[in-house]
Design a binder for this molecule. Structure first.
Ligand code: ARG
Length: 561
């Protein structure tokens, strides 16, 4: 429950909004006076009264209830105490009852959110630049589903363009079926790179011809292209499964080619198209943007054209309430133009299109040479993280059973969490050592905390659960109850802001709060039987919330570490 909103709702201060009141509420460092405090100094000028008088007046008018058990005015502060047992009962019992649904909601019932993410390019490296879109999109997909929306995950494959003509030309020259089958995406990429390095006029002409053949439905060219496509997809799907990422649609750019003429007609009908040096464009000068090129002078479509057709297709097919594009901020202009064009076409759903932009990820050891040359392949980053995780686990816990699986969860988790922990728009520099630090703001720290909670619970398996009896909760316990109670609102806020980092941060805070509780309060050997039962229930509720949070981010939760 959001206590700040709850309190703000019950306070009336002339000329101050509920939001301002909620924002002004603070958690005092010493909670013996209160769980929340409102400093009244900031209202003194507005109300032309002393802070002491304001606090006293507000205290006299406030009606306590089952949530707020007492209010007092002290030196210009208005202090609120929460009914701790009441809150604990509500939160803990809810978490224990709902288990993997704790934090879920039906707020999105009947609404659809399309999420375009990862959107890899056929025959091109799946590299570290795709990490954020893949894990951010994957997390948003799970978060929206968890909140009751129908999420539609779309992998808008880059599978159209003259580069595929080049690839076929290269394959025809130097390629070999077996080599490509065995070497997979790397072999295909090598062919493409070689073509670009060695291309002559003549070869370029060949490439154009092969592209024309793909487009005109030539069976050999298409057979080859489809083979390259399935090799790429088989490769990326392996990585998706390691990252716990899924899609409902793999409709790539080529899928929209036959849907372009209808969009062009609509643009013409609205008088939006004009010719510029032979090309067909939508003039966006009035909006401070360069023209949106719809058709090149040779009549060919562009990336932008295919995105325009895709937007209409998605609206028609899914009737979305929101359509998200999880794409790097380098494409800000592209999406601003795209959304503006849709708006100019008079489509009211233009306002439901959102570019969820994110920053760049680079490796701390920028010089890290991969076995494949300059590009940093995502697969290598994941594998290296897993190897390092295995080495750390071997050292910390040589007896650990099932270490390979745990190392996979820890190593993959570190990469995912590394990409999700910061506000998405920030550029990030990934460091294996930082991401795998057991004491840092990391997924391993959170996973380790979960394993610790699980091991306490295993020791208490015969202890019955607490059922709401009064326990005279201490500050440590209460802080943890509050952390668990914050989880459902955190999930909603993460969805609202398209910001899974809010959940990642909640994880670290809650894990830290749990560890303080674990150090300061005896759980297994609690002072009384009621306390033992209460602390067991609190531990289990915490583990439930942390597990749900990590799962939403796409990170596994080992039982032991
Ligand atoms: N394939 C593109 C790239 O790698 C990203 C596509 C993003 N989605 C979209 N609908 N434009 O840059």
């Amino acid at each position: 429950m959001d206590h700040k909103a709850y309190i703000a709702e019950r306070l009336k201060i002339e000329g101050v909004t509920k939001e301002e009141i909620a924002d002004s509420l603070a958690v005092p460092p010493d909670t013996s006076l209160g769980d929340y405090a409102l400093p009244c100094f900031k209202f003194a000028k507005l109300l032309r009264r002393s802070p002491v008088a304001i606090a006293e007046g507000l205290a006299a008018d406030f009606k306590t209830d089952g949530v707020i058990s007492s209010v007092s005015a002290v030196n210009g502060y208005l202090n609120f105490k929460i009914d701790r047992t009441g809150l604990a009962e509500e939160v803990i019992l809810k978490a224990l009852r709902e288990k993997c649904a704790y934090g879920a909601s039906d707020m999105g019932a009947g609404k659809t959110v399309c999420i375009d993410y990862s959107s890899v390019n056929i025959a091109k490296p799946f590299h570290i630049g795709h990490l954020s879109t893949t894990v951010l999109g994957g997390a948003l997909y799970r978060i929206f589903n968890f909140l009751g929306y129908r999420a539609v995950g779309i992998n808008h494959l880059g599978d159209y363009g003259t580069q595929f003509g080049k690839l076929i030309a290269a394959y025809k020259r130097w390629g070999d079926r077996e080599e490509v089958e065995n070497g997979g995406i790397h072999a295909i990429n090598d062919l493409y790179v070689r073509f670009n390095n060695e291309a002559t006029e003549e070869m370029e002409a060949e490439a154009r011809e092969y592209f024309r053949l793909i487009e005109s439905g030539d069976s050999e060219a298409n057979e080859l292209f489809n083979r390259f496509k399935s090799i790429t997809l088989a490769y990326v799907e392996k990585i998706y499964s390691r990252l716990n990422v899924q899609f409902d649609s793999y409709c790539g750019e080529s899928f929209y080619i036959d849907k372009i003429p209808a969009v062009i007609d609509a643009l013409k009908e609205k008088n939006l198209l004009k010719e510029s040096r032979g090309a067909q464009v939508v003039d966006l000068d009035a909006y401070g943007m360069p023209p949106f090129i719809v058709l090149r002078s040779d009549g060919a479509s562009l990336y932008a054209t295919r995105d325009l057709a895709a937007a209409f297709y998605r609206k028609k097919t899914y009737d979305f309430d929101k359509c998200l594009y999880v794409v790097a901020y380098q494409q800000n202009l592209h999406f601003n133009q795209l959304f503006k064009v849709i708006e100019l076409m008079g489509e009211p759903w233009a306002k439901d299109m959102v570019h969820v932009a994110y920053g760049m990820v680079s490796l701390e050891d920028g010089a890290m040479s991969t076995r494949k040359g300059k590009v940093v392949w995502l697969e290598d980053v994941i594998s290296r993280s897993v190897e390092k995780a295995a080495a750390i686990l071997a050292e910390k816990n040589p007896e650990l059973a099932g270490r390979d699986d745990i190392a996979e969860q820890v190593g993959v988790g570190a990469v995912v969490f590394g990409a999700l922990y910061n506000n998405k728009i920030k550029d990030i520099v990934f460091s294996y050592d930082k991401a795998l630090n057991f004491d840092g703001e990391t997924s391993v720290y959170v996973q380790y905390t979960c394993a610790r909670a699980a091991s306490v619970l295993a020791k208490l398996k015969d202890t019955p659960l607490w059922n709401g009896e009064e326990v005279g909760m201490n500050a440590r316990e209460f802080e943890l109850v509050k952390a668990v109670s914050d989880f459902p609102d955190t999930v909603k806020a993460a969805a609202k802001n398209y910001e899974p980092s809010m959940i990642a941060r909640w994880c670290v805070d809650a894990a830290q709060t749990f560890n303080k509780f674990y150090i300061d309060c005896r759980i297994v050997n609690a002072e009384t039987e009621t306390l033992r039962r209460f602390r067991k229930a609190l531990t289990e509720a915490t583990l439930t919330a942390l597990t749900n949070a990590l799962t939403l981010l796409g990170i596994g939760v080992p039982e032991k570490m």
